[in-house]
Design a binder for this molecule. Structure first.
Ligand SMILES: [Zn+2]
Length: 251
């Protein structure tokens, strides 16, 4: 498939033009024109790039790409090595950040809720862009301890931090990745529990004082499923091989 045709399809699915983001969405580094083999992953780290080169892939598709607002824009050091790896191998780098968090079907938030078996999945109204904080109802009420166990089994890792109480949980709010600052909006939306990737010192106080149960389940671990689902959709629709590579990250 031609690169531009794939990019047009991805833009149609993900609608990046509707969102103001902290990085460019879509093609970030241009490689070859014909796309046959895509490696998907959470972050375009050197490890992921080296694995893509080894696999003979022509494209890397990620949630965390490059060229973030405010970063040093010189091409030196780690950034030079990453760009050199891509350019030497003629590999395209495609990245979708917020569009791949908020998408109602294969966004990170929706995917995490789906995997927990949640129903009535919807965007919490208020936080922008729509879908950056999402909610759903667990199939049956459970305790915080049970939800912690379920998350650990599903994500195959121990949680980063939890703050539990004795209340049953049914309605949950989710903002994957570094979404801890949304805890108050999760509480105000009426959620019994809030799941995100990271934790800050003050997050625990908000959880204690508002009485909302809190789960920090890892930035990387909570953001695996969006890009994975997007890759699966590409493989279903086009004659392109897509492999998801999970480069584990404890954060
Ligand atoms: Zn992220």
């Amino acid at each position: 498939m031609k690169r531009d045709a794939l990019l047009a399809t991805l833009d149609e699915w993900l609608q990046p033009h509707l969102i103001s983001d902290y990085c460019p969405n879509g093609l970030q580094v241009e490689g070859c024109v014909e796309i046959k083999h895509i490696i998907t992953g959470v972050t375009a780290s050197q490890r992921l790039l080296d694995a893509a080169v080894k696999a003979g892939a022509d494209t890397v598709l990620v949630h965390h790409g490059y060229f973030w607002k405010g970063e040093d824009n010189r091409v030196i050091g780690m950034k030079q090595r990453r760009l050199r790896t891509l350019l030497m191998a003629d590999i395209n780098l495609i990245g979708y950040h917020l569009p791949l968090d908020i998408h109602p079907e294969f966004g990170n938030n929706a995917q995490l809720l789906q995997r927990l078996g949640a129903s009535e999945i919807s965007a919490v109204s208020g936080p922008k862009p729509d879908g950056v904080l999402m909610q759903g109802y667990l199939p049956s009420a459970c305790s915080g301890y049970e939800l912690a166990d379920q998350l650990e089994t599903m994500l195959e890792r121990t949680l980063v931090a939890v703050e539990l109480n004795e209340q049953p949980i049914q309605r949950i709010a989710v903002c994957t990745g570094g979404g801890q600052s949304f805890i108050e909006q999760a509480y105000q939306s009426g959620a019994d529990a809030f799941i995100t990737g990271e934790v800050s010192e003050q997050t625990i106080h908000v959880a204690r004082e508002c009485g909302i149960q809190f789960f920090a389940a890892g930035h990387h671990a909570t953001e695996r499923y969006g890009v994975k689902a997007l890759g699966e959709r590409i493989a279903e629709n086009f004659d392109i091989a897509v492999d998801f590579l999970d480069m584990d990250n404890p954060a």
